[in-house]
Structure formats: C-alpha cells, structure tokens
Design a protein around this ligand. Structure first.
Ligand SMILES: [Zn+2]
Ligand SMILES: [Zn+2]
Length: 286
C-alpha cells in the first residue's frame, strides 16, 4: 500500500514535526497561564530534561531504527496478529488498535510502579521536583527501551495497521506533553475535558510525593482505564498549589535535576532497602 510506504519513509520527520509543534504550543501556554511556580530554574530544567530526550531519541534510533511502525509493516507482511487474521473494517481496526495500545501503556505504567526493579527506572520520571511540558518526555533510556520492546510485542500480537501505530505514537507524545503542562485550565473545562483525555490536573496527582496519590491516575492519553480499574483520584489532598511534587528521599538537585544524576538514579540505593521496608510494613499490619 502506497500510504504505508510513505508513512514508513517519513515517520521520523512526522513525529518530530508534531513534537516541535505541540511543544511550542505548550511552552507558550505555560508562559501565559502557569499553574504553579517552578522550584528549579527553567533554564536548568529544560536543558537537562531535553538533553535526556535528545539522548533517548538517539539510543532508540540506533537500537530500533525501524521503530514501532516498522514492526507493524512487518506484521502485516507476515500476516501476524489479531487484525491480520480476522477481516475487520479498516476504521474499526484503526480505532480499536489505538485504544488497545493505550490500555497496554496503562498496564505497563502500573507495572513499573509495582515492580521494585522497574520502579528504579521509572523514578527518573517522578524525581522531577517540578511538573511541566518537559517532564512529559523525561524517562530513563532503559525505560524507553523497555517500553519499545513491550510496544513491539503488542504490535506483533495485535497486527494493527501502520497508520494506527503512527496515530498512536503521535497522540501519546502530544497528550503526554499536554497532561504534564504547567498550565491553568478552568475547573469547569477540566471536568469536561477529563471525560475524554487525561488533563494536567488529573496527572499532577500522580506526581505527588504521597504514596496513595502516586499510585493513582496511571493513564497517559485516555482517562477511562483509571476509572475502570479503580485507580482514579480526582484531586490531590493538599490542593494543586500546595501539594509537593517528586519523591521523598530524592531531593538532591544533582540527582534529580542534572542529566548525569538522572542517568545514574536507577542504580543508587540498596536493593535490600525495599525488602526491609516491606517487612516492617507487613509486621505493622499484623
Ligand atoms: Zn508513574
Ligand atoms: Zn508523569
């Protein structure tokens, strides 16, 4: 199919174009209507967070040059996956694939919080002491690679159309920048918006230092999974202006704001700490 060939040839440019466009929009929005005052200077935040994004893009392109769309084209060619096996109308295939991949991202997000080893990677995202458009793309390279492997496995099982994968990737990237935006949206509009998309006020709850708040609102694009699986929490207890963002015990600027510290963050702290804490917690329960 000609469209698929065009997408495969222009995938990187397409995604970069959307990234730059949405990023610029959010940057202006943050200037015009900021939600909270940043605790770390924007220059320091953006240089280091975007430095990590740049590094991730390089690593990903080196290891998976064909990316997720390449896998979708490959699956179509070989007849792999659900949608290549059953004849379903194209539009249904596209919508169902985007929704299914979003569910997988939700489940993956719950998993990286629940499994201690994976939390070490994911805490790079949460250790950010502030919450703005650059937080949305701030992930450890190993978490990015893990994410790509899960995506490739999902595509192999699902067999989505190539266009669905591009739409999903662009949507995920755009909504991630939107829902990490340090922007003020009137409460009435937010209530309506969060019926169809995860809003910044909804996702900010997930970045709280409070454990029960962090373990809620795992969704990235669609807000329905949290409501369906009982992980939805409307607002932070302390309110959006007074809540603390980040992780308890990880507040050293070198570790949480500088690129070299972020890259090293998964490897600090004894592994047994968690086991000891867990045991104490279990004993306390008895
Ligand atoms: Zn998280
Ligand atoms: Zn986040």
């Amino acid at each position: 199919m000609e469209l698929n060939e065009w997408i495969l040839a222009n995938e990187a440019g397409l995604r970069l174009g959307f990234f730059i466009g949405v990023f610029a929009l959010m940057a202006v929005w943050e200037l015009l209507a900021p939600r909270r005052k940043l605790t770390v200077s924007k220059t320091l935040r953006w240089t280091n967070n975007l430095g990590l994004v740049f590094l991730n893009t390089l690593v990903l392109r080196l290891i998976f040059p064909a990316a997720a769309v390449g896998m979708a084209a490959f699956a179509t060619e070989l007849g792999w996956g659900l949608f290549n096996y059953y004849a379903v109308p194209f539009s249904v295939e596209v919508v169902a694939s985007v929704v299914a991949m979003d569910l997988v991202i939700y489940l993956q997000h719950v998993m990286v919080h629940a499994v201690p080893l994976l939390w070490r990677l994911h805490r790079v995202h949460h250790a950010d002491p502030d919450f703005d458009v650059t937080t949305g793309a701030r992930f450890h390279p190993l978490e990015i690679l893990l994410s790509m492997l899960i995506k490739i496995a999902t595509i192999a099982a699902l067999g989505p159309p190539v266009i669905a994968v591009v739409v999903f990737e662009v949507l995920l990237n755009a909504t991630s920048m939107f829902n990490h935006g340090n922007i003020r949206i009137p409460a009435a509009i937010d209530r309506f918006l969060r019926l169809i998309v995860v809003t910044p006020d909804m996702h900010r709850v997930h970045h709280s230092v409070e454990d029960d708040e962090t373990n809620s609102n795992f969704g990235f694009s669609l807000p329905w999974w949290d409501r369906l699986f009982g992980t939805y929490r409307a607002q932070p207890r302390a309110g959006h202006d007074n809540m603390t963002i980040g992780i308890h015990d990880y507040t050293d600027p070198k570790q949480v704001s500088w690129l070299h510290g972020m890259l090293w963050l998964p490897f600090v702290g004894r592994i047994t700490d968690y086991v000891i804490n867990r045991r104490e917690w279990n004993d306390g329960e008895k």
